[in-house]
Design a protein around this ligand. Structure first.
Ligand code: G6P
Length: 368
């Protein structure tokens, strides 16, 4: 059943491996031949989305990181100005809401106190309407929002969120395609992303097949006290999520930086005791990322790079490269989440922590 670990040692590992299926389930019925099916987002969705001129996203924790990825997507593909904020900040400040702004909450549980309070606060602020992207049907957030886009991750037991995050990203890409459709997004590009989404579960399965290689890499982290995650563009939030996973379950202090900020501070920390992890899909920012990587190597830092197979990076002294299969750059943030989840998982197992129930943390924070 859903609440049994089956053959897996931990719920977290089981949930990591479920991602191809739950992503396919989240896409089910929501894709047409060449574009997203906005009707499938619920009653009145098309009417509401066609009016949207801005998006404000509010969430906590891992869900907040999904929102940060969506900001890149909504601006790049749909041309919709987007802001993202943690709920505990949003709910306690004066917020200026431009006309025709859609308020979006992201939550696995639908019961996070700060996110729910933010939705209630937003209701007084003159938003165009509210959309909840959520994993629990009938949750408070779902009941109180105008529109809902359910993720189909199934029950998530591990406190460190994995499949809820990647299904949120898929739902957010569907939202991007929906808003793109009503905002003159290039039709050929819509069709390409639709095709890539259909193939995503298969490519994710291939990345899960690299688990043994990732487990081998994890040995280098178990004795470390700090780690630095770098990413650029939509992969900066993926770096943030990778650092959060490592902190949550292995208790290793981890930070994430946009790769271009390295020289403005964190480079001072880099030495052989501080592993640096970077995601390098083959997108437009790759050349810039490569020069950041040089900066780390030049200071004796050990670099771990997850890179597209076409990227000209080879293993070398201080440089460990793990190649991932090709994916459309629009979906790379989803795919590159997987090796970071697996890395944290294996480091935590090596350290002997309580992987599914890390100290001091709760699955759902229903009080402030
Ligand atoms: C807690 C969990 C996190 C989660 C966050 C937001 O901190 O430990 O894994 O990301 O709450 O939860 P939500 O259910 O709103 O996504």
């Amino acid at each position: 059943g859903a609440a049994s670990k089956g053959e897996y040692r931990h719920f977290m590992l089981k949930e990591i491996y479920e991602q191809p299926q739950v992503i396919a389930a989240t896409l089910e019925g929501r894709l047409g031949e060449r574009s997203a099916l906005i009707e499938s987002f619920g009653n009145g969705a098309e009417q509401l989305l066609s009016k949207v001129k801005q998006v404000h996203i509010v969430a906590c924790g891992t869900s907040y990181h999904a929102g940060l990825v969506a900001r890149y997507w909504l601006e790049q593909y749909a041309g919709i100005p987007t802001q993202v904020e943690v709920a505990s900040e949003f709910r306690y400040r004066r917020v200026v809401v431009p006309e025709n702004t859609l308020f979006v909450t992201l939550s696995q549980s639908g019961e996070t106190a700060d996110t729910l309070a933010a939705l209630r606060f937003a209701r007084e602020l003159g938003y165009l309407g509210s959309l909840a992207i959520c994993n629990v049907p009938g949750s408070s957030l779902v009941r109180e929002s105008d529109l809902t886009l359910m993720t189909q991750a199934g029950p998530e037991i591990g406190v460190a969120s994995t499949k809820a995050f990647t299904t949120q990203l898929v739902a957010l890409m569907l939202l991007t395609l929906g808003l793109g459709k009503v905002n003159d997004m290039d039709e050929a590009r819509q069709a390409e992303i639709v095709t890539a989404l259909r193939g995503l579960p298969t490519v994710m399965g291939r990345v899960l097949g690299l688990d043994g290689d990732i487990e081998a890499l994890s040995m280098a982290f178990a004795e470390k006290h700090h780690a630095l995650f770098l990413g650029r563009g939509a992969h900066f939030p993926i770096a943030l999520e990778g650092a959060l996973k490592l902190k949550e379950i292995s208790y290793i202090h981890a930070e994430a930086y946009p790769a271009g900020e390295l020289k403005h501070g964190p480079l001072a920390l880099v030495d052989s005791e501080m592993p640096v992890i970077s995601v390098a899909p083959n997108d437009a920012l790759l050349d810039k990322l490569k020069s950041n990587l040089q900066e780390v190597r030049a200071r004796g830092g050990e670099l771990y790079v997850f890179a597209d197979e076409s990227v000209g990076l080879e293993n070398a002294e201080g440089l460990h490269v793990l190649r991932l299969p090709y994916i459309d750059e629009a979906l790379a943030p989803i795919l590159y989440t997987l090796p970071l989840q697996l890395l944290s998982y294996h480091v935590a197992v090596l350290k002997g922590t309580d992987v599914d129930q890390p100290r001091n943390l709760a699955k759902s924070v229903t009080v402030e």
